[in-house]
Design a protein around this ligand. Sequence first.
Ligand code: FAD
Length: 500
Amino acid sequence: MPAFIDARTVPAGTTIDTDILLIGGGPAGITLAIALADTRARVTLLESGGMEFDAATQALYDGPETGVHYLTLDGSRLRFLGGSTNHWGGWCRPLDKIDFEKRSWLAHSGWPFGRETLEPYYPRAQSLVEAGPPIYDKPEVWSRGAGDAPLTLGNGGVYTTFFQFSKMRGSTLPTHFGERYAEDLKRIENLNLYLNANVTALKLAKDARQLDHVQVATLGGTAFTVRPRITVLCMGAIENARLMLASNDVMTPGVGNGNDLVGRYFADHPIPGETATMVLFDGRLAPYYLNNSDANGVHFRAAFAPSDGFKRERYVLGSLITVDGTRKLGDIGLAVVKAAADALRIDASKARAFNLGCGLEPEPDPERRITLADTRDALGQPRAKLTMRIADADFDRYRRTLSELGRQLMAAGVGVLQIRHKRREDWLAGLDWANHHMGTTRMHVDPKQGVVDADSRVHGIANLFVAGSGVFPTYGASNPTMNLVALSLRLADHLKGALR
Ligand SMILES: Cc1cc2nc3c(=O)[nH]c(=O)nc-3n(C[C@H](O)[C@H](O)[C@H](O)COP(=O)(O)OP(=O)(O)OC[C@H]3O[C@@H](n4cnc5c(N)ncnc54)[C@H](O)[C@@H]3O)c2cc1C
């Protein structure tokens, strides 16, 4: 079985010719390599890291930030084979149908295709992330009978939805793509995978319509060239944008950046903590709302979500509302609950209170963006700089969904809900982020509105593609990885067609 190649052993000045070059060995790059195994194309995968964490390589991810508090750029991703799946949470859920639609109330919304285009790729994506059979929103599968049913809500816009979890074969951890697929990758005959290989420049042909070659450097000081027919950037949303912006010798604004879009519309799912308190009069809540559970060989967890119909009617965006534990009510809280239960003539002597957290879909914002910093990394590359923002409207929309959940609890006579945050400062004080890097190379059929076209090809450059959630033009509230794996499988099909 051929081993991976250590780029530090490649003689300086070497030129490697290949049909398809994949830059980055996270889930996007690994999925593409696996999906292209049945072609006759020579595939090369260049991965910056090795098989394990290395501090010097990880430091290449460091970069400054400005604006709303965010995670550190080197702390919210990992730079070795498997990429950020080396520490992901494994939460999976397909995007909703509406996530692909142009929404009249949401500027910059609309994918070039609907969910039905990704549908054929979801089963294999689900299998690659090892999240079990895709049974998501089927409460009858999860519930094991009376007392274990989803919470009864009054008619309305919020419903119980389900996540499934990635679980690596033979492990309790989510699937770490590098570790899990290393042996499979070594068995792929048309693949050469280089470790410790940092791509430092995308070199365009003089007419800027083709990528001619890429420059590769190791931290040990060697440098070589790869000359591909087709290249796919799979370095994650931040790094793809950084390399495109820094490769500015032929196109001065950066590769594919003729319309000043590369790096813009960066997004992550905000996670404002303890946003609301939900009190259930009889205190009963199926355990799968509170903890990850098992049924039918699948690990799953329930959450509340606005339906697509409610989003349309009330102009809200996606949110996934999780139950983040129980909470003790103070005297005032107890009095409020008693008053509400008395009004409904319900016994609340066993009432229990729960903290609600959530992950939100933010609106697309061109000013939330990756640019190049003044400082450089150990390879002499300009570092990525993040300008982070969040709109008040994102919090307002989420309040509408929480209010609806509260109304439905009351309508069903099962409980009450109190929204805890009122002002922007309250939301920001407990704000965390999901590490879901999206945007920066958004997909749109119009080059003035997107970096890549509907096939994930960089507008204007015939042989350069981008994989990963950086191409999501809007984000939905679902976790991105299973969706970006499905999108990578679709891209593999397109590349196979292009090579014929
Ligand atoms: C703490 C944490 C928890 C998460 N939890 C979840 C979750 O529960 N559910 C979910 O769906 N998602 C989750 N995510 C997000 C998930 O990890 C990402 O969506 C996913 O890893 C992105 O895949 P990717 O292949 O596009 O990029 P990455 O995983 O970032 O992989 C990029 C690869 O490119 C390599 N690379 C970078 N620069 C270069 C270069 N110049 N040359 C060569 N190679 C390079 C890197 O070393 C890396 O291996 C989480 C992320 C984090 C950090």
